[in-house]
Ligand binder design. Sequence first.
Ligand code: MGD
Ligand code: MGD
Ligand code: MO
Length: 777
Amino acid sequence: MPASTERYPSLSHWGAFTAVVENNRLVACEPFRYDPAPSSILESMPGMVHSDLRIARPAVRKSWLRDRQRADGADRGAEPFVEVDWDTALKLVADELARVRAAHGDTSIFGGSYGWSSAGRLHHARTLTHRYLYAGGGCVDQAGNYSWGAAQFLLPYIIGTYAPVTGRVTDWNSVAAHTKLLIAFGGLPLRNTQITSGGAGEHSAPRWIERARQAGLEFVVVSPTRADVPDGVPARWIPIRPNTDTAMMLALVHTLLVENRHDADFVHTHCTGFDRFADYVLGKSDGTAKSAAWAQQVCGVPAEDIRALARQAAASRSLLTCAWSLQRAHRGEQPYWASIALAAALGQIGLPGGGFAFGHGSMNGVGNPRPGVASPEMSAGKNPAARSIPVARTADMLLHPGARYEFNGSTGAYPDIKLIYWAGGNPFHHHQDLNRMARAWSVPETIVVHDSWWTPTARRADIVLPATTTLERNDIGGSSRDRYVLAMHKALAPYAQSRNDFDIYRELSALAGHEAEFTEGRDEGQWLRHIYERLAKNWRGAGMQAPEFEEFWRAGYLELPEPDREYVLFDTFRQDPEAHPLQTPSGKIEIYSERIAAFGYDDCPAHPMWLEPAEWLGAKAAERFPLHLMTPQPADKLHSQLDAGKTSAELKLKGRQRVYISPSDAARRGIADGDLVKIYNDRGACLAAATIDPKTMEGVAALPTGAWFDPDSSTLERHGNPNVLTLDVGTSRLTQGPSPQSALVEICKWDGPAPAVHAFDVPAIEPGGAHQPATHG
Ligand SMILES: Nc1nc2c(c(=O)[nH]1)N[C@H]1C(S)=C(S)[C@@H](COP(=O)(O)OP(=O)(O)OC[C@H]3O[C@@H](n4cnc5c(=O)[nH]c(N)nc54)[C@H](O)[C@@H]3O)O[C@H]1N2
Ligand SMILES: Nc1nc2c(c(=O)[nH]1)N[C@H]1C(S)=C(S)[C@@H](COP(=O)(O)OP(=O)(O)OC[C@H]3O[C@@H](n4cnc5c(=O)[nH]c(N)nc54)[C@H](O)[C@@H]3O)O[C@H]1N2
Ligand SMILES: [Mo]
């Protein structure tokens, strides 16, 4: 009998699509009809949605079920689980939260739950985790994010806002019309533009880059790999040692100053402290001129190329854009601040197509022209515990309760965490130095995780609750960087016994007596309507069309017109800095910040400086570990999501992540293309498949993120997860951002037998019934 085919509009962070369903099975994801450049990551979804890696039923770690909070946390991940029914599981969670709140207080619960979750905004797991924990008295949260954590806390001091990292930068309309030279530090890898947080109807980046190219814009890509040149675009590649862009930027300023090509008026009318910075660049304050010859020694870019680029940038309408990766590194504040100082010296900030920007190649939709109206949003409410730690300091907190830390001008003390609640994130993907993280993870008494799949984090929980995927519920999604709002129709019945995070938290809230606070009296349908109506009101107020909810839901999408006006960052400030000051103390661009100076941080002084990162090719440690490891975003998935899927599997080699190394580095180590290699440093080691890549510069290795963490009993990671090698320290005391891009390693050929990869094994699960949960008085 031919199956009947049903089609449902849907959305993911990698794009909008139509779910094609036959007999309750997802058979295909057809790209949204208005998407000019859909992502192949969609092809991984059918296999993953019906995968044996799905969590079928609530499950509890065996010894935790027996001994509760007294179970040994060090056994997490190594023990079987016991399945329990939903009523039992929910009661265990509710009772344990109540116990911990009563015995240790709300700030002994860590509910930061950092992670991307799904694109739908109502069922966004992290937001719902916050709603639930806040309604019950609050928790310790995480401030900032892994994406642009350093920039978020630095930029407000310098330019009064961090909007340019959320994507509000001089738009592509303006760039295509005016920019002559675009210098992209970290490049414009189209790979990363498959993704938009909250999902996109339209992958706009490839089209805009092509438009700019046709308009005659010249692209210069400054990066350790030529792979950061967008495919099919003739760009000049300037290879640079990782983590040394600041030195190159300082030398560009130096050239402008000594050749008197800088905009002396602009730096005085629109900036403060440029002179003090210039004294540093010229070597008047510390005896070292940051000349092109000096920079060549640091960053490896020939001095003559630096000088030529400075002259060209000054002579034409030029835009500097830095990938977010530059600040996801030790001392990551410096390249961002230095790029603003360089743009100030060039004097084109606020001019059409000129100045500075961030992230044009980091995510789809950065610089995408879009009217500045609302996108769909679900609120988490307010955290009554009013406590948070810098996002990436999780392991520090767990390992050192009570220890003091500095952050953004104040000093805090780490709380003593007894219970971790995580839904919608994968810390055993995202955190640095995972062997250290594994030790930290053994400290709390109880860990609760919701996920749809048996991820490395789910396997290391005490109580695991199975969540539906986006296809198994109704939702609404969209991004402030995209012109579409998408309806997400329920296309499949929930897998096995999985439930929506919303329903799990509603029931837990009911058990704790705060259901009304959690739901605000709305069910799924009423929330969707509420989120939509708030958005529609905002759009109509701005003169945009938005139909009634029913019509939107039936059509499956809502579209904003493409604005024909250009958006230019800080154009009014440029025209009249007195009438339109920035939100900085001086109202101007702070090249020297008195506020930052007052903190007295030697790791983030009062103006941009070349500060050696803890690990880079010029460090002493490079004698033992002579390769700088980059950990770029993966082309074939989103972080760890869909790692077991088709698109990701096709890019692996013999089931392992590929590491990209230069032909000369491979030859020196006797490594042939496809060889199994060990990558190691003092923090850990992993196996990966070598790909000899002429695009990667000598001295650099690139191991994309996302391979599910798979350590053997000796902590050798077998699958190619770079975070066993990365450095778990804050970028500086100012922002405490994550520093994964600063890691030195050595690589050797693996000569022994190849150990099997167990990343996608399902943990041992014992059926419930035989082990009724013990009761503790
Ligand atoms: N070395 C290195 N490390 C990095 C980076 C780097 O550049 N280098 N980049 C960092 C960056 S920028 C980021 S943003 C982080 C990303 O880190 P994460 O956001 O933690 O990574 P994801 O793999 O997206 O994790 C999302 C998890 O949510 C689950 N999930 C999806 N939908 C649902 C749902 O509906 N309900 C529930 N309960 N769960 C769901 C997924 O299965 C997955 O386990 O990684 C960081 N880590
Ligand atoms: N396909 C895909 N796309 C994604 C994601 C994904 O998981 N998969 N994740 C999304 C997320 S959450 C984020 S935050 C963004 C991150 O966006 P980015 O931070 O921009 O992405 P990365 O891939 O980490 O880095 C971009 C490039 O920077 C270069 N680079 C690294 N270190 C240096 C350096 O010191 N100097 C210079 N000049 N270049 C350097 C690398 O060659 C790398 O290819 O990506 C988003 N896009
Ligand atoms: Mo990110």
